[in-house]
Design a protein around this ligand. Sequence first.
Ligand SMILES: *[C@@H]1O[C@H](CO)[C@@H](O)[C@H](O)[C@H]1NC(C)=O
Ligand SMILES: *[C@@H]1O[C@H](CO)[C@@H](O)[C@H](O)[C@H]1NC(C)=O
Length: 489
Amino acid sequence: MLGASSPRTLEPGGTPAPPLSLCCGGALLAILMLLALPTAWGQCKAPEQFSSARPTTPIDESEFPIGTSLKYECRPGFIRRQFLITCLPNSEWTDVSDKCIRKACNTPPDPLNGRVHVQTDTQFGSTITYTCNQGFRLLGPSSALCILSGNTVVWDNEAPDCERILCEPPPAIPNGEILSSSEDFQYGMVVTYRCMPGPRGKKQFNLVGEPSIYCTNDPDNNGMWSGPPPQCITVNTCAPPSVKDAVMVSGNRSLFSLHDTVQFQCQLGFVMKGPTSVQCGALGKWEPELPSCSRGCQPPPGILHGQYTPSVDIFSVGQEVFYSCEPGYDLSGAASLQCTPQGDWSPETPTCAVKLCDDFTSQLLHGHVELPPSLQFGAKVTFSCDEGFRLKGNSASYCILAGIKTQWNSSVPVCEPCPHPPTIQNGHHIGDYTSSYLPGMKVSYICDPGYLLVGRGFIFCTHQRTWSKFDHYCKESQKPFSVLPALSF
Ligand SMILES: *[C@@H]1O[C@H](CO)[C@@H](O)[C@H](O)[C@H]1NC(C)=O
Ligand SMILES: *[C@@H]1O[C@H](CO)[C@@H](O)[C@H](O)[C@H]1NC(C)=O
């Protein structure tokens, strides 16, 4: 065996004797435990490779008895030192993680107009990054790695430079000039435009747009101007109005003078925000402000007996609208539509179909039922009685809504003739018994024996389905008690 070693030692608790005296279960368990161990009891396997250290002499054996010590040394990039690892009674080697300390690169100074950022530390294997102050851009690598160089550690990259961001000279404009003394347009610098005055200082042009622009940076940290330069427009004229994704549907011409009006329409798939028509105003400005076109849909189609929500003027791509119908109508088709990137609505617009009531099948005895052409919500069925019959109940039934269902709101009435004739005391009426007493029918009355009929003695059924005046009665023909009265008192 190579490397330092100490004699093999067996610690008292290191190899406990299996409890063979226990019965079968226990013994079996102990054997299974032994089988499950990664290495044979009392041995260490050859140690793994460590990124921070290596053995001072190559290791050939694959197993080492407990107590064996091996000599290691830290690898380059780590502070050089030697140490031992030992095979412990649990068949593991002692820990090496804290044995070797990484060497550190020196902390570099901030570059001029920039900064260095230490991520975790400056030790071997670590990275630092560089950034530049606002208005400057990085020239060179943006990071450096602490690497090994011979026996020591160094940064793999030199610190970068921070270069001032510059803009191109600002664009010249016709009939205008730039008020600036500098030749060098650095980040942040503002330039202001002015229109040329006319002869004898008379105003000849209007400045349209932002009078000043400044030097800023694009996403790649190249210099760029903050916006387009303004325009110098002849007084009482306007620059051609330009609206992105729109066409001029009327008023397009080569020169726009005071009060000229133009009208815009957005291209397909775009919706307009702002006025559709603008006018050239006195200061060379379009009034009101020019509209804009953004991707979206016009409001979706309206539907008869229904509506959609939300009810707004502009719908963005992907937005949904929900249709619903008035009470008494059923939605037929998709309940929700979506604004497509093409600027239309999908799927097709639904419709509201009127709800129907059940077929009206009931008959009316002594009368008839008049059905409307269609039995839809709101339809009216009317009832009428035959000549000589009176309608008792409702003369019509309507198809109404009950919750979300439709139904007829009234039951079928009855057609009645004259009611049963009135009774008389001490007598009765005569005539054919009939269930229907029709107008003109006559009913006569007779009195019980011992009574005399006083009056006309008959009634008839009128056209109003009532009986004619009942003005008779049965009177006692003898008065056996009439002599007794008050005298007895
Ligand atoms: C106005 O007319 C010119 C020339 O015909 C054309 O090039 C231009 O596109 C038109 N502008 C608009 C916004 O329609
Ligand atoms: C049935 O509905 C109609 C119309 O709404 C109404 O005028 C009538 O009173 C209703 N009849 C009954 C019995 O509710």
